[in-house]
Design a protein around this ligand. Structure first.
Ligand code: ADP
Ligand code: MG
Length: 253
C-alpha cells in the first residue's frame, strides 16, 4: 500500500539555487526506504519539505492520498501526528532545560485527545515514560536526568522514543547516527530496525553512508545535486545497470 507519493517536488533557495529538483518517488507502508547522497545534495531540504517545515515551490506531496501543501493549520496538526522526524543532532533536538521525562511527554501532551495507541498505553505519566524508555532500551532512572547528563547515543535514543511515543505512520530519519561513535551507530541502527517491526512503522532513512542505507533499507534512492539519479531494490545494488554515480558511492564504502 502506498503511504507517501512525491511528484516532481522542487524547492529553491533564493530564486537561483535549486536544492530539490523535480524529485518523484513513492514510499510504501511498512518499508524502510533509503535516501543516499553526499552532503549538500538536498536530502535535509527534502525532509523538511515532507514535514512542511519548508514550503515547496512546485510539485506535490501526497500522504495517504492527501495533498499536504493544501492542509490548513488544523489538518497540518493531525498530519504531523502521523509523521515524525529524527534529526542528526540530538543535542539540538532536545531542550537542555527539560528533564528527559518532560521532553518525552511533549508529543503525547499535544495529541492526547486524538490518540488511539495500540502498542503503548497511558495510565500515568511515569508509567508511560517507563514504557518509552524501555522501548529504546534505556534505564528508567534516566527519566529524571537532563540531556547534558546523557551520552550522545542515549540522547538520540530519547529523541527516537519521543518520535515513536504517538505511534506515527512514518518516521523520517535524517542522518540519525551521523553524530554518534561507531559502536552506538550500530546499536541505534539495530534498535531502529527492531522498532519498525514491533510498531509497524515506515521509515525514510536518510544518510550519506551507502553501507548503512543498504543494511537498513529494502529500496534505495540516490540523490545528486538535487535530483534523483537512481532508484532500485537493495538486492540490485551491485547490478551493472546502476547509475555511474551509484557505482562511485559503492567504490568508496
Ligand atoms: P544535505 O542534507 O543533503 O546535506 P541540504 O538539504 O542541507 O543537503 O542542502 C542542499 C543545498 O541547499 C545546499 O547547497 C545548501 O547549501 C542549500 N541550503 C540548505 N539550507 C538552506 C537555507 N536555509 N538557505 C539557503 N540555502 C540552503
Ligand atoms: Mg542533511
Amino acid at each position: 500500500m502506498n503511504l507517501l507519493s512525491i511528484k516532481e517536488l522542487t524547492k529553491f533557495y533564493q530564486s537561483e539555487k535549486i536544492a530539490v529538483d523535480h524529485v518523484s518517488f513513492n514510499l510504501n507502508k511498512g518499508e524502510c526506504l533509503g535516501l543516499v547522497g553526499e552532503s549538500g545534495c538536498g536530502k535535509s531540504t527534502l525532509a523538511r519539505c515532507l514535514m512542511r517545515i519548508e514550503r515547496i515551490d512546485s510539485g506535490s506531496i501526497l500522504f495517504e492520498n492527501e495533498a499536504i501543501e493544501l492542509l490548513d493549520e488544523r489538518h497540518l496538526h493531525s498530519y504531523r501526528k502521523k509523521m515524525q522526524i529524527v534529526f542528526q543532532n540530538p543535542s539540538a533536538a532536545l531542550n537542555p532545560k527539560l528533564k528527559v521525562k518532560d521532553s518525552l511527554i511533549d508529543p503525547y501532551a499535544q495529541y492526547k485527545k486524538e490518540l488511539n495507541l495500540s502498542h503503548f498505553s497511558y495510565t500515568s505519566k511515569d508509567a508511560f515514560i517507563r514504557q518509552l524508555l524501555e522501548a529504546v532500551e534505556l534505564p528508567s532512572h534516566l527519566a529524571d536526568k537532563y540531556p547534558h547528563e546523557l551520552s550522545g547515543g542515549q540522547r538520540q535514543r530519547v529523541t527516537i522514543a519521543r518520535a515513536i511515543s504517538i505511534e506515527p505512520e512514518l518516521i523520517v530519519l535524517d542522518e540519525p547516527t551521523a553524530s554518534l561513535d561507531v559502536i552506538s551507530q550500530k546499536a541505534v541502527l539495530s534498535l531502529l530496525t527492531e522498532l519498525r517491526e514491533t510498531l509497524n512503522l515506515s521509515y525514510l532513512f536518510i544518510s550519506h553512508d551507502l553501507a548503512a542505507v543498504s543494511q537498513m533499507c529494502q529500496r534505495i534512492l540516490v540523490m545528486k545535486d538535487g535530483r534523483l539519479v537512481d532508484q532500485f531494490n537493495t538486492n540490485y545494488l551491485f547490478d551493472n545497470e546502476r547509475h555511474p554515480y551509484t557505482k562511485e558511492l559503492i567504490s568508496i564504502f
